[in-house]
Design a protein around this ligand. Structure first.
Ligand SMILES: O=C[C@H](O)[C@H](O)[C@H](O)COP(=O)(O)O
Length: 219
């Protein structure tokens, strides 16, 4: 029986196959991506460097000697590798459990290919079992919470947490998300929302699922 960490390691290794030589690689955030960053160390001679979606990933990349570029200086980003909190069979995702959703969405938007790496526990029929993170400008907290409640969710302020962008996170519980593209638009239109953790309009292009019997590839 493989542990969850062994499944994360397996998908992290597999993701290396999607990294072109001489490229700058988009790197996400979280415990699964940490395995990917460690794997990048093994090929650091054949890539130019990385663009990072969080201060935490930047620190880890730099610690292993991978140059980290400012996204504004990069013309081309062939691939972005990131984890997810939940993913469905359309490759729509909930992200932001680590609070990095906004920068992740920006890097994902620039990248030509999004490779999502998860262990099998994250693959679900309907999104919403995992509370949906929403990054909010602090002064809009109460207003946004009321609007999310009106949409059927139960928002809770993430305690003692400020994003890399200086904002708060509302985690929306008990919202079964059957129409992810629509829900993403509606939440993102609430004044004061920076972005929500639904990645449906820009979904993954490739999903690597770590299973007990190997890595399943979905495209
Ligand atoms: O903000 C964090 C990111 O969206 C992560 O990719 C997501 O939370 C999954 O993280 P982990 O690999 O630690 O489960």
């Amino acid at each position: 029986m493989l542990t969850q960490d062994q499944l994360k390691l397996a998908v992290a290794k597999k993701a290396l196959e999607y990294v072109p030589d001489e490229s700058i690689v988009g790197v996400g955030t979280g415990s699964t991506v940490n395995f990917f960053i460690d794997q990048l160390a093994t090929i650091k001679g054949r890539i130019k460097g990385a663009v990072s979606s969080s201060e935490a990933s930047t620190a880890r990349l730099k610690a292993i000697g991978i140059p980290v570029y400012d996204l504004n200086t990069v013309d081309e980003l062939p691939v972005y590798v990131d984890g997810a909190d939940e993913v469905n069979h359309y490759l729509h995702m909930i992200k932001g459990g680590g609070g990095a959703l906004t920068r992740e969405k920006i890097v994902a938007a620039v990248a030509q290919q999004f490779v999502c790496i998860v262990d099998e526990a994250k693959y679900v029929d309907v999104l919403g079992g995992f509370p949906l993170p929403v990054e909010v400008i602090p002064m809009a907290r109460s207003y946004v919470a009321r609007e999310l409640f009106r949409m059927g969710g139960h928002p809770e302020l993430r305690p003692d947490f400020i994003t890399d962008n200086g904002n708060i996170i509302l985690d929306v519980h008990r919202m079964s998300i059957t129409q992810p593209v629509d829900v993403e638009s509606r939440i993102n239109q609430i004044a004061g929302v920076v972005t929500c953790g639904l990645f449906a309009q820009r979904r993954a292009d490739v999903l690597l699922i770590g299973r007990q019997d190997g890595v399943e590839v979905k495209e």
